[in-house]
Write a new protein. Structure first.
Ligand code: AIR
Length: 179
């Protein structure tokens, strides 16, 4: 797709240029702008959305397939959730702010490779954290599984399986909510 063939998005306010963007969703539009005001707005919006019972966080948009296995179960069960893509390695500050301000009662965290996300979330909250390993690289998800399961004492993460992990994470979260 050439830039000229992309949809044109008009300026969001004074000083912000209009631009051509491959993804016209509001979330992508706002995050793609490097403006303190807009980022602040996004941060507030995230906190508002964080009023859901469950927070689902993925390390990357590329984890979407596994995330949807979890969110499908939550939707079937009628459980409210908020979904964010926040990497422990790429967005540590945003992740910390989001977790600390979240009203969610359980966190479902999805990551592949050197999957620090579940452990980092568990270090930021005392609420239950479920980690879902993703088969993202050459090691078939074993790397993520071990990173999620081998947590130091006092920082627990409930680790589900590589294959059916997305769905089971949601089922476990629902059981925790009902306990
Ligand atoms: N990841 C992202 N930040 C830290 C890690 N470990 C994981 C994502 C994804 C994989 O790395 O959760 O499973 C590849 O991410 P990407 O964005 O390169 O496709």
């Amino acid at each position: 797709m050439t830039p000229a063939s992309l949809p044109y998005i008009p300026s969001a306010g004074p000083g912000l240029p209009g631009r051509r963007c491959p993804d016209v969703s509001p979330a992508h539009f706002f995050t793609s702008l490097n403006s303190t005001k807009v980022n602040l707005f996004m941060q507030r919006l995230r906190y508002t959305l964080a009023m859901a019972d469950i927070a689902v966080i993925a390390g990357s948009a590329s984890d979407g397939e596994i995330v949807s296995k979890a969110t499908s179960v939550l939707e079937e069960e009628g459980i409210t959730y908020d979904f964010q893509v926040l990497s422990a390695h790429r967005n540590p500050e945003e992740l910390s702010a989001y977790v600390k301000n979240s009203e969610a009662r359980v966190f479902i965290t999805v990551a592949g490779l050197s999957a620090a996300l579940p452990g980092v979330v568990a270090s930021l909250t005392e609420k239950p954290v479920i980690g879902v390993p993703v088969a993202a690289g050459t090691l078939g998800g074993i790397d993520a599984l071990l990173a999620i399961a081998q947590m130091p004492r006092g920082v627990p993460v409930a680790c589900v399986g590589i294959g059916n992990g997305g769905a089971n994470a949601a089922h476990l979260a629902v059981r925790i909510l009902k306990a």
